[in-house]
Design a protein around this ligand. Structure first.
Ligand code: CIZ
Ligand code: SF4
Length: 319
């Protein structure tokens, strides 16, 4: 414990020396989330992470999360250095949607407005008309559908189906999924609900239909955290990455939080639902990158110039 405290102090010192600020996603190690808060950085979802980078006067952003979050930070802040503890931290949605294949799909359906989830590469965003995160997907698609636009959606098919069902928009869906949220099991969740009838069920829309159908609240990480503080329930069953429990406990320590089951037999260990790429961020490699300055995000200028348009459209709409 003393060793960890010393390491946290060294990292805080390095952040000051480098005029750097730490931005951590809700799914990362609680050590990183708490350190970001204590050092004047931010713990957030990907939309808020994107916004924060443009508002701070720090010279360097250190993004603890996955690669697309670092890329978005760099696209919006080309004059700042953007580092990540490990640039290999990717995302199954990003990996499952290569830019060439997405471009071919778009070219085959030129009459569709291309809306991509934030969990994609800079090159995919460069081909898109709109970028959305899970907290803003519904209002953006509603807005486009009201104008009679047909939508090509990539890459998360579960989130895409959910948005389609709620908005009634005409949508073509890419076949991608999040390896973490796809693992939630519906029969085991039914059993758990029967055992805890007082608990509200909170579900991230990257989860499959059969899980979303059992939800009391479907929403982005920020919206699910808000539900824990605002709903009167004493207990919650939570179907998203276990990293989110740190912030939920901080804001509502008196409430009981139960991780939704990811194994058929209803195993409920908190480590069950945890993104392997988010887990690549740790105090160790964070300190290392602040010393070495490597693991820096670089983006091709031509891609950046197009990707910034679809991201900025989202940020302007969110205002
Ligand atoms: O699953 C993810 O990567 C999420 C929830 C990203 C986000 O929007 O914060
Ligand atoms: Fe991607 Fe899923 Fe990990 Fe989020 S939790 S970064 S969507 S693999």
């Amino acid at each position: 414990a003393a060793e960890i405290a010393a390491q946290r102090a060294r990292i805080a010192q390095l952040l000051t020396e480098r005029r750097a600020v730490l931005v951590a996603h809700y799914y990362t190690d609680p050590e990183l989330q708490s350190l970001a808060e204590e050092t004047g950085g931010l713990v957030a979802d990907s939309l808020e992470m994107a916004r924060f980078g443009t508002e701070t006067d720090a010279e360097m952003l250190v993004v603890c999360g996955v690669r697309f979050m670092g890329e978005t930070a760099k696209i919006l802040n080309p004059e700042k250095r953007v580092l990540m503890p490990d640039l290999r931290a990717t995302c199954s949605l990003d990996e499952g949607c290569p830019a060439e294949a997405l471009t071919a799909f778009c070219d085959a359906h030129p009459e569709h407005t291309v809306v991509v989830y934030a969990n994609t590469s800079a090159a995919v965003k460069a081909r898109a008309d709109w970028v959305v995160t899970s907290s803003i997907a519904l209002p953006v698609v509603e807005h486009l559908a009201a104008q009679g636009q047909k939508i090509l959606w990539a890459p998360d098919k579960h989130l895409g189906r959910y948005v389609q069902r709620v908005t009634g928009a005409e949508m073509l869906l890419w076949n991608g999924a999040c390896v973490v949220h796809e693992e939630f099991k519906s029969f085991a969740l039914e059993r758990m609900r029967a055992l805890h009838p007082e608990a509200a069920v909170l579900v991230h829309p990257e989860a499959p239909d059969a899980i979303v159908a059992q939800a009391d609240v479907v929403g982005s990480t920020t919206q699910l955290i808000r539900a824990v503080t605002e709903l009167p329930n004493r207990a919650f069953i939570v179907a998203t990455d276990a990293g989110i429990f740190w912030k939920m406990r901080q804001l509502a320590p008196e409430k009981q939080l139960l991780p939704a089951p990811t194994a058929g037999e209803g195993a409920t260990c908190e480590s069950c639902a945890h993104c392997p790429w988010m887990a690549m961020n740790a105090l160790q490699n964070l300190e290392q990158v602040l010393i070495s300055g490597d693991q820096e995000i670089q983006i091709d200028a031509a891609i950046r110039d197009r990707a910034v348009l679809s991201i900025q459209r989202m940020l302007d709409f969110a205002r």
